[in-house]
Design a binder for this molecule. Sequence first.
Ligand code: SF4
Length: 143
Amino acid sequence: MEKILISACLVGDNTKYNGKNNLSDKIPLLLEKYELVPFCPEMEGGLKSPRKPSERVKDRVKMSDGKDVTKNFEAGAELALNICLYLGIKIAILKENSPSCGTHKIYDGTFSGKLVNGMGVTAELLKRKGITVLSEEEIDTLL
Ligand code: SF4
């Protein structure tokens, strides 16, 4: 079975900033065709759950209290890439709107709920390295 890297929160892991998850009802269908490799770049980059929300502006990521967590986000992205390379993973399904995982949209950095066009740190790195990056809203294209 082909392996797919997937945001851990989409398979039900409580890795979100608020201690919850984003379980997708498409997981059972995906599991019929693929082996899923759950990964949370923010947790693997050294952050805890729950944690303060973070937003990305250009190359920096900050928490809502102003703490710069760019290094955590970059570390998580590098680990995600290493896993993809090690396991021969060519596709990643990542959670839209996240400063790590967003594939088309991210929040604008003002913590006011406004979305802008852009990618999360991990999504951008994986795409740059040739991995097909899809959001959870595009899962149907794989089924
Ligand atoms: S960093 Fe990605 S995998 Fe982790 S909780 Fe946020 S969206 Fe989910």
